[in-house]
Design a protein around this ligand. Structure first.
Ligand code: ADP
Ligand code: 2DT
Ligand code: MG
Length: 212
């Protein structure tokens, strides 16, 4: 593989922490610096599965909690072939939410354990770096009110955050917590530095399998 593989870089964090802003900004900066990089996001609402998820989040339709969890996972699996192709072609993928959001949101519901929630995503491409954008609920609130989608309320988000903290304790994953209260530009510069370091470190290493 001339030049080596691309890195799989995931951004996670609570609502309004800046995941979408920073993932877009990172891809632009990497491309401007001459790297090959693409932006992905989950849920990817453009596929048939993604449209079903979009309707569920918009409260336009109801889905059973286990069923919707499996749909979120299927929405990642339907992108795996193309993700692997790109990574092996040397394209770095910056992903706005991934399986960690999947597990954190479902396990915040009653009667779901972390282990059950992780199973459907076991074997997905393993991120080389997971950036957790950390922001207090008060600072998030200062960035605007919650939207109207499902899950956008304070008590549920508090449970989601607890689940994220359980996931972050897993030492086999390369989590980095970033202070998301910084300005967009300052945070971007820090993220770009760790992303480029990771890209350099993993280019000759095999891609791993998540939770296997
Ligand atoms: P997320 O994708 O994590 O929900 P967004 O990137 O959509 O967050 O950002 C949520 C809102 O906060 C947007 O209005 C965005 O412009 C603003 N924002 C993002 N990052 C910052 C920052 N570092 N400082 C202040 N406002 C920010
Ligand atoms: P965004 O617009 O912030 O992406 O909102 N979610 C996401 C899940 O419940 N399971 C998942 O697997 C993923 C990826 C988080 C999307 C909402 O969907 C939730 C918020
Ligand atoms: Mg977003």
């Amino acid at each position: 593989m001339a030049g080596g593989r691309g890195a799989l870089i995931v951004l996670e964090g609570m609502d309004r922490a800046g995941k979408s802003t920073q993932s877009r900004r990172l891809v632009q900066a990497l491309q401007a610096a001459g790297h090959r990089a693409d932006l992905l996001r989950f849920p990817e609402r453009t596929t048939e599965i993604g449209q079903l998820i979009g309707a569920y989040l918009a409260r336009e339709r109801e889905l059973e909690d286990h069923a919707v969890h499996l749909l979120f996972s299927a929405n990642r699996w339907e992108h795996v072939t193309s993700m692997k192709e790109k990574l092996h072609q040397g394209i770095t993928l910056v992903v706005d939410r991934y399986a960690f959001s999947g597990v954190a949101f479902t396990s915040a519901k009653e009667n779901f354990c972390l282990e059950w929630c992780k199973q459907p995503d076991a074997g997905l491409p393993k991120p080389d770096l997971i950036l957790f954008l950390q922001l207090s609920p008060e600072e998030a609130a200062a960035r605007g009110n919650f939207g109207r989608e499902r899950y956008e309320n304070g008590p549920f988000q508090k449970k989601v955050l607890q689940s994220f903290h359980h996931l972050m304790n897993e030492k086999t994953l390369n989590w980095k917590t970033m202070d998301a209260s910084k300005s967009i530009e300052d945070l971007h510069r820090e993220i770009k530095t760790v992303a480029e370091k990771t890209m350099q470190e993993v280019k000759d290493k095999p891609l791993g399998e998540l939770w296997k």
